[in-house]
Design a protein around this ligand. Structure first.
Ligand SMILES: [Zn+2]
Length: 337
């Protein structure tokens, strides 16, 4: 239960930004970036209802959507953006992994009859493990009521104090619209090719973030969609991670695509140098925690004493710093799974 509370706090905190907005609009959820011809990244905005990035690839016979954000509302906005860019229908959607901030909008695609492709592990995980991020409605309702009570005690003229609570309430409301929805096409570790007419997209698996991650490569644009195998200037969620595998996966990816553009699961569109910086964060974390274990620190002492190196202080999601130490410690001790 403690873990559920922590994770829910994180999911909610990820949406808590600074500026006040009266109601969420399309442009409040994400910023659209053109990465190459017919290749777009929708980068999640702090405080919106997207949380994770999503993307789309336009071919001459259909569109691939990569990930479906945290909420149906955000993915509806993305569908609107796609319709404004092209008359081609959405032919496929991909879930890069099961985490709710990448699959929360699945129901919208399923209702439109769009096949949702994913690693085969998602059939086991999608509607079960996501309960860590999405408590049942009664629980959400209780939290929403507590939040609403707090808001009612703040005078109407204190807009700056009301804004974060109002944002949380919108988030609770959006979370309550989610019906955890499985993908409809799955594959084991390996590669499959999607054909959007002349344009090809290669889907492939790599271990590291969850053990059920799929990446996508567009050869004619030299763009790699990483899902949460890549984070740009952002501390990662390691709750399901195997960092040892992850570092190896990133080394092989960077070796294979040294000049590609990378669309990460969180943060702006990245270069190989950005992905290397993220790889080095994982490597630094592993080294620091190894040393902590060697000097006999307990997990609590390690979390307390290992301060984030200065160069990562500007990264987003600073709330993940201590949980990263804990997850790394458990992985190295063999007590994580
Ligand atoms: Zn993730």
């Amino acid at each position: 239960m403690k873990t559920i509370t922590l994770l829910l706090t994180i999911v909610l905190a990820l949406g808590a930004g600074i500026s006040a907005v009266p109601a969420p609009k399309a442009e409040d959820h994400f910023t659209l970036n053109k990465v190459a011809d017919g290749v777009y990244a929708a980068v999640a905005k702090t405080g919106g209802l997207a949380t994770g990035n999503a993307s789309f690839v336009v071919g001459d016979e259909g569109v691939l959507m990569v990930d479906t954000f945290l909420t149906p509302a955000a993915v509806e906005d993305l569908i609107g953006v796609i319709a404004a860019e092209t008359k081609q229908p959405i032919k496929y959607a991909l879930n890069t992994h099961y985490h709710l901030d990448h699959t929360g909008g699945n129901q919208v695609l399923a209702a439109r009859g769009v096949p949702i492709i994913a690693h085969e592990k998602l059939i086991e995980w999608q509607t079960v493990k996501n309960r860590r991020f999405l408590p049942v409605t009664d629980e959400l309702q209780k939290r929403r009521e507590a939040e609403a009570k707090q808001l009612s005690e703040i005078p109407a003229d204190q807009a700056d104090k009301r804004a974060p609570l109002e944002r949380q309430l919108r988030r609770f409301d959006a979370l309550m619209t989610i019906k955890l929805t499985n993908p409809s096409v799955t594959f084991p570790a390996g590669t499959i090719r999607l054909h959007l007419g002349k344009r090809e997209v290669i889907l492939f698996t790599l271990p590291g973030h969850t053990g059920g991650d799929v990446l996508a490569y567009v050869p004619d644009a030299n763009v790699v969609f990483m899902g949460d195998m890549g984070w740009r200037k952002t501390l990662p969620n390691l709750v399901d991670a195997t960092v040892n595998d992850w570092i190896t996966s990133l080394d092989s990816l960077l070796g294979q695509y040294p000049n590609a553009k990378f669309v990460p699961g969180h943060g702006e569109v990245a270069t190989a140098a950005d992905i290397r910086e993220f790889r080095d964060y994982l490597d630094d974390l592993r080294t620091r925690v190894k040393q902590a274990i060697a000097t006999g620190l307990t997990i609590e002492q390690a979390k307390e004493q290992l301060k984030l190196p200065e160069k990562y202080k500007e990264f987003g999601f600073q709330n993940f710093a201590a949980p990263n130490v804990e997850d790394m410690y458990k992985e190295l001790k063999g007590t994580k799974f």
